[in-house]
Design a protein around this ligand. Structure first.
Ligand code: N01
Length: 506
């Protein structure tokens, strides 16, 4: 179905958040939306992360939408291809295909107060107008190659974990893997099966916990299919199990020592060599960086064709990597599992709001929003996975579902009341962020390690300091007193702030 402009909603990004937003909008009766996607297929990070071993380290029963349950997950933790298949299946089941505009690379978003519309500028195409915008471009969309001296001089093959080269044949090759985060620990066990030799360059060892990945039996799938409530219960069980992990992973507490003990036992059981164990022992509190869920990584490191290198990298040379003690390691291929360019101090595309304000300027010292979703001065704009919405212990999709319900409620309010603008109050947003930062000070993320959660100056713009229950509860109701409402009344606009009412001409 092609819809006429202005759209009611433009959704930027066709990953989990964009597809979920579209489903919830449709279910609430809003059908004139478009998903604007720069790629040629949906899936976002699960379309891009196809490296060998790519999988979710959160159980699929919880890493999926409760409004689109899937009884057919093959394993406790599904691989990326299966997750991508799940996203594709939602597009089909909810009839979204005709609402997606592929090959549309958004390069800027501007608010037009005169008409109460957002204009979305797209490379080489006409701009798109919409009353509301959902920024669903995701935090892990742009890859980050490290700023290592000489990287451009390397003559061998370079691959980033999120832009895998499936045509490259690793057999008989000397391969380097730089980075030992969530991606690196999934890649190494697969590469050692193929390559002649793998050297893993570790800058900081992380806390790894065991992960048991069981195949889902067909009888279990059948039960879930026939009795959806049983599947919902299974999801709840995973939810509460993960909530209990928050006690140790989110806050520095005695429970953090329990998580660390589990990590140390896991390391001791899997690595017999005391020197290697020492090299792999983290020097920061568990949870500070993302916990690594893997039972395969330590065994892979100990294969005859694998070496852990802990000397810091000095530079990349034409033939390989030089470490600071003066050794040059030569490679046919370097795999960079070095993470993503996360917009913590800027925006993925330029966003210009009321009175010409530029969001990237406001976020220069760290992104801030109200309940992670709305920002004052940018009316009718909603962020999914926005500032301080990250979970350290649970499924991002649990958080995302709550965001979707909140933003759909807000958009419905705009439509039902024929508002020009629904804009969060600056004082409300500021008070919220003072509280969030106060609470973050007590968390493991702010306990002294460096991670992609923090800006260079140590500001935490990414994580939510609490249980998933607290995050989702705060989004259950849209308090209109937190917002100013600009109503359309002939040639005038009525702006309401809480109980007070002001009339301004536009
Ligand atoms: O990236 P990362 P990732 N020289 O930023 C190292 C999600 N995810 O792609 O720790 C040498 O975590 C860096 O070292 P250090 C998940 O949210 C989810 O692994 O900074 N090394 C680190 O080891 C995750 O948090 C799943 O000292 C350099 C690594 O590169 C997020 O994606 C699976 C370096 C980067 O780790 C990102 O994970 C995979 C340099 N110059 C990913 N620069 C699920 O299962 C960086 N490093 C859901």
């Amino acid at each position: 179905m092609s819809v006429r402009e202005p759209l009611t909603v433009a959704i930027i990004g066709g990953g989990f958040a964009g597809i979920g937003s579209a489903i919830r909008l449709k279910q609430s009766g809003i059908e004139d939306f478009a998903i604007i996607e720069r790629g040629e297929r949906v899936g976002g990070t699960w379309r891009d992360n196809t490296y060998p071993g790519a999988a979710c380290d959160i159980p699929s029963r919880l890493y999926s939408y409760s409004f689109a349950p899937n009884p057919d997950w093959s394993h406790t933790y599904s691989a990326s291809a299966e997750i991508l298949g799940y996203i594709d299946s939602m597009v089909e089941e909810f009839g979204l295909a005709s609402s997606i505009r592929f090959g549309h690379n958004v390069n800027g978003v501007r608010w037009d107060e005169e008409v109460g519309l957002w204009h979305i500028d797209v490379d080489g195409k006409d701009s798109i107008s919409a009353r509301a915008v959902v920024m669903a471009s995701g935090p892990l969309a742009n890859v980050s190659l490290p700023a290592i001296d000489g990287i451009e001089t390397y003559e061998g093959h370079k691959i980033h974990s999120a832009r895998w080269d499936h045509d490259y044949d690793f057999r008989g090759k000397r391969v380097a893997v730089v980075g030992t985060g969530a991606s690196g620990v999934q890649i190494v066990p697969e590469l050692v099966k193929q390559a002649e030799h793998v050297k893993v360059f570790q800058r900081t060892p992380g806390w790894a916990l065991p992960r048991t990945n069981l195949r889902t039996r067909s009888i279990t799938k059948e039960i879930y299919r026939r009795y959806p409530k049983v599947q919902a219960l299974a999801r709840q069980a995973w939810f509460w199990g993960h909530e209990s992990v928050a006690l140790g992973a989110v806050w520095e507490s005695p429970a953090t020592s329990v998580v660390e003990t589990v990590g140390k036992i896991h390391l001791r059981l899997q690595v017999k060599d005391p020197w290697l164990r020492r090299q792999l022992t983290p020097q920061f509190r568990a949870g500070c960086k993302r916990l690594l869920m893997t039972s395969e990584y330590y065994p892979a490191l100990q294969k005859d064709n694998c070496t852990l290198v802990t000397w810091p990298i000095a530079r990349i040379a034409p033939k390989g990597i030089r470490t600071v003690e003066g050794v040059e390691h030569q490679f046919d291929c370097i795999v960079f599992a070095t993470g993503f360019d996360v917009s913590k101090t800027g925006t993925p595309v330029p966003i210009v709001g009321r009175d010409g304000r530029v969001l990237a300027q406001q976020w220069k010292t760290g992104a801030r929003a109200y309940k992670s979703i709305t920002v004052s001065g940018y009316p009718n704009m909603y962020f999914t996975f926005g500032p301080n919405s990250g979970p350290g212990h649970s499924s991002a999709l649990v958080y995302m579902e709550a965001q979707l319900d909140y933003l759909v409620e807000a958009i419905k309010t705009v439509v039902d009341r024929d508002l020009i603008a629904l804009d969060v109050r600056k004082d409300v947003e500021d008070a919220y962020n003072v509280d969030i930062q106060k609470r973050l000070a007590k968390t493991t993320w702010n306990s002294g390690c460096s991670s992609w959660y923090l800006t260079e100056s140590g500001f935490n713009a990414t994580m939510f300091p609490g249980f998933a229950t607290q995050y989702t509860n705060q989004l259950k109701t849209l308090k209109l007193s937190d917002y100013t409402l600009t109503e359309r009344t002939g040639s005038n606009a009525v702006v309401r702030a809480g109980e007070s009412e002001v009339v301004t001409a536009i």
